[in-house]
Design a protein around this ligand. Sequence first.
Ligand SMILES: Nc1nc2c(c(=O)[nH]1)N[C@H]1C(S)=C(S)[C@@H](COP(=O)(O)O)O[C@H]1N2
Ligand SMILES: [Mo]
Length: 322
Amino acid sequence: MLIKRAADIPSSEITDKKVYLDRRAFMRGAAGTAAAAAVGLLGSRTAEAQRIQAAPHGRLLQNVKPSPLSTTEAKNSWQQITTYNNFLEFGPDKDSPAQYAGMLKPAPWSVAVEGECNKPAVWNLEDILKGQTLEERVYRHRCVEAWSMVIPWVGFPLADFIRKCEPTSNAKFIEFTTLNDPRQMPGVRSTVLRWPYLDALRMDEAMHPLAILAVGLYGEVLPNQNGAPVRLVVPWKYGYKSIKSIVKIRFLATQPLTVWEVAVPDEYGFYANVNPAVDHPRWSQATERRLPEFFMRKTLPFNGYADQVASLYTGMDLKKNF
Ligand SMILES: Nc1nc2c(c(=O)[nH]1)N[C@H]1C(S)=C(S)[C@@H](COP(=O)(O)O)O[C@H]1N2
Ligand SMILES: [Mo]
């Protein structure tokens, strides 16, 4: 369940029961933090204590299970993950999102489901999360700009949500759309992209267990600059496929044009699979900088997830389908 600070909830939308539940949840989170701090003083090295110490904001998510699909590589820090972002709705620079994403109001939040499915609906995010087990997924993140990080997301399989929507046999693609509100997102006044930000996956890619919807980071509620309150994470693809702050999901019979295909079709393809053998027209993709390191390291096919996902692309020319 999502924990909100009391200050995050406008009094206009509060019912008595909700105030009570939120306050109880908040206090549980606060107690957990205090206990972890005490354990930390005793020098405990447990993963739980480290996780809670790393999450300084008291907005802990409850009952997050570790996932066997996580990498054991060293994680980037909260500070790194939340201050070096691409989120063009908040401006063009890596530090623009951290600076301006406070303008986004991530609750209440709804996601409209449309298109080729038996259960079109407008969902409240809280209802999407009801009864849904949350997992920590520590994933490598590889940006198309040749930098990478290791990020401990909290989320759940996208497939779990897709099943609830009951896509029809006509559904071959799933399209995601980001909020497009100039009052909350100063960057959408620029013409760098055709807003709203929009991206899509083939249905079999979307159903793959590695594809998740993320609602948290380091055990906490997702910071706005990372795509609050709900964003996609597809770890074998360049970061631009992992669309943030999703307000609409459509099931489609035909392949849609993504926001990056519209903007720069020869540079950013539909598939965007991490591929060291296919250079970007303006730079090599063979190596990457794992921030904040200085030296470059080799980029792995499918960002190191080839064993799990390469079979999705059997028989495809990945130089053409970049
Ligand atoms: N709506 C939206 N989603 C987006 C972007 C964006 O500009 N707008 N940038 C993408 C790019 S290029 C990357 S690398 C990742 C960055 O995610 P992070 O800031 O959580 O690391 O978000 C992706 N999702
Ligand atoms: Mo990116």
